[in-house]
Design a protein around this ligand. Structure first.
Ligand code: ZN
Length: 324
């Protein structure tokens, strides 16, 4: 067994961890490297391993720093399958198409500035590559073991990070590992207990080794329960001053969490009735995907959903275009 890391190491994007067992290659994550343009182009166009020799990808969740290089992997020879949960597959349709559009637009402007006669720059992938990638997604349920190769099986467990996010536990039954079966865990990005909407992360035990990325280093997060009180304080102070509040938020995960908490605060009468705008077509599309997957909600969100649309309450306007 051989394990090598090709991203998400000494940097927080471009996660790719390659596991080789009995000559078969399993790639955990295929993240896009995001950084300076030249370095990003170089790292997203060229893989440090032969992509045609990767037998399968297992994906923990849909965020681009974990999934965004999949179409480049396909463009350079990978033929599938890509294992992920149902909600992750649904989110990938939104995120990868958007990512390809950005890559194509970026190259369009670069090519406009090229000196006459210089060969045009190619995007590291296009929307066509995305449409080739999406049918390779092989959906697997949480908590159900599936076979990846003859020696390796896997199971997805709740990660509590974004919709569909999973921790991956691999069972490696081969003479290449000491005392088989060898249990290898990969957390992907982990959420915290008591965060809104999603279930709490599953507690894994009995592992022989664990792969974990630590984006936030040794920083301590505030407790999940305290977020609502913090948000209530900031919003009411701003409203009292007659101000407007702009909340920058990641489109997938963070936006839905903020909207959900505001909704709760309005219902509890802890905030006055003020209008809210979600100014991002991508966040609006991601919210639609959240709406389609109530099977990923925790008990409180599921119960609430029975009486109300938890992500689309009446004070809120989703803006889908840059104008109007
Ligand atoms: Zn993430």
């Amino acid at each position: 067994m051989k394990l090598s890391f090709h991203g998400g190491v000494r940097t927080v994007t471009g996660s790719k961890h390659l596991l080789e067992v009995k000559g078969r290659n399993i790639l955990l994550e295929c993240g896009l490297f995001q950084g300076r343009r030249a370095e990003a182009r170089e790292r997203n166009s060229n893989f440090p391993f032969t992509t045609g020799e990767v037998d399968a990808v297992i994906l923990s969740h849909a965020h681009i720093d974990h999934s965004g290089a999949l179409p480049a992997l396909v463009r350079t020879g990978f033929e599938g399958p890509i294992y992920c949960t149902d909600a992750t597959a649904d989110l990938l349709g939104v995120l990868l198409r958007d990512s390809a559009q950005i890559a194509e637009r970026d190259v369009y402007y670069l090519n406009k500035r090229l000196p006459k006669g210089a060969p045009p720059i190619e995007p590291f992938y296009t929307r066509k590559d995305v449409e080739k990638t999406l049918p390779m997604l092989a959906v697997r349920s949480y908590d159900q073991t599936f076979q990846v190769t003859d020696e390796v099986s896997a199971i997805f467990r709740e990660a509590g990070h974004i919709l569909g996010a999973a921790q991956v536990i691999l069972n490696i039954d081969s003479d290449e590992v000491p005392n088989p079966p060898f249990r290898l865990g990969f957390t992907g990005d982990l959420g915290r207990d008591h965060l809104p909407i999603l279930r709490d992360p599953y507690q894994i035990d009995g592992l022989d080794a664990l792969i974990m990325e630590s984006t936030y280093g040794d920083r301590l997060h505030e407790r999940g329960e305290d977020l609502k009180a913090l948000l209530a304080g900031v919003v009411s102070r701003t409203v009292e001053r007659g101000g407007r509040l702009i909340i920058p938020a990641f489109s997938v995960g963070r936006t839905q969490r903020v909207v959900y908490l505001l909704h709760e605060l309005f219902n509890e009468g802890r905030l006055p009735a003020i209008p809210i705008y979600v100014d991002s077509p991508m966040a609006s599309e991601a919210t639609e995907v959240y709406r389609r997957h109530p099977e990923c909600y925790d008990r409180k969100a599921s119960e609430w959903l029975e009486s109300e649309d938890i992500l689309g309450f009446r004070r809120l306007t989703y803006r889908r275009s840059r104008s109007g």
